[in-house]
Design a protein around this ligand. Sequence first.
Ligand SMILES: Nc1ncnc2c1ncn2[C@@H]1O[C@H](COP(=O)(O)OP(=O)(O)OP(=O)(O)O)[C@@H](O)[C@H]1O
Length: 271
Amino acid sequence: MNYALQIDRLKKNYGDHTVLKGLNFNVEKGEIFALLGVNGAGKTTALECIEGLRKYDGGSIVVNGRRGIQLQSASLPDYIRPMEAVRLFAKWNKTKIDHSMLSTLGINELAKTLYTDLSTGQKRRLHLALALIGNPDIVFLDEPTAGLDVEGRISLHDQIRKLKSQGKTIILASHDMAEVESLCDRIAILNDGNIVFWGTVAELTSKVGKRYILHIKTEQGEENFESDNIGDTMLTLLEDFKQRGIAVTDIKIDRGTLEQHFINIARGKSE
Ligand SMILES: Nc1ncnc2c1ncn2[C@@H]1O[C@H](COP(=O)(O)OP(=O)(O)OP(=O)(O)O)[C@@H](O)[C@H]1O
């Protein structure tokens, strides 16, 4: 297999707090891959170890290709202008400025604005341009569309798809299932320092397809139940309520969404 990234038993502690307990996953060349997990799951820590920005305490990381890392907001000085930042990054990377990439990302039109005066979307576009300056094979994006409006998200998603069509591998951390469903080939879900799901979005979706949430209202309130076998679950529950002498007043069945399923996995409920 042609891997861009091979992570084997990656461990990271902050003092006596073990954040990554031995992560194993691979990312194929040319795919868009997302690391998902609730707040504090360890996504940024894992990305920073892989990016080479943070030391880790065990395991191995193999990166096959040049890395390009999107800066976090607030990483550039307020009074730098976009083209000054571009020139600096080109110098550090010992490379020529790719004006066609800058124009695709609309950086030329921002040339004279101070960094502090750029909108969130414009900053994100600049950060992406700076990540692309050394023509990397693997591009790392930490929550690339957080805080963007719908138009900004669509435009950034188009840029990310374009990078994939150029053969680049994209690795992103995200909270946003809609983003992940529309963009990513494969995902890993982090929970409590471990990978609890690794696979394609279709594989996760197929699991969700079988999952139902049953809302049963009784005179005592509403209770929710999850099931893969809605018929059997409903019969068992109705029998149980009957035996306890509780009157059922309403029943609603929801097919669980991908997001709901993700949250259940990420919070450690069994599949
Ligand atoms: N520099 C640090 N020193 C000590 N603890 C840290 C440090 N950075 C992160 N942590 C802790 O490590 C855990 C994982 O944090 P991390 O930022 O990697 O998670 P995350 O999944 O990216 O979260 P979020 O979605 O909120 O960005 C958290 O409990 C956090 O408090």
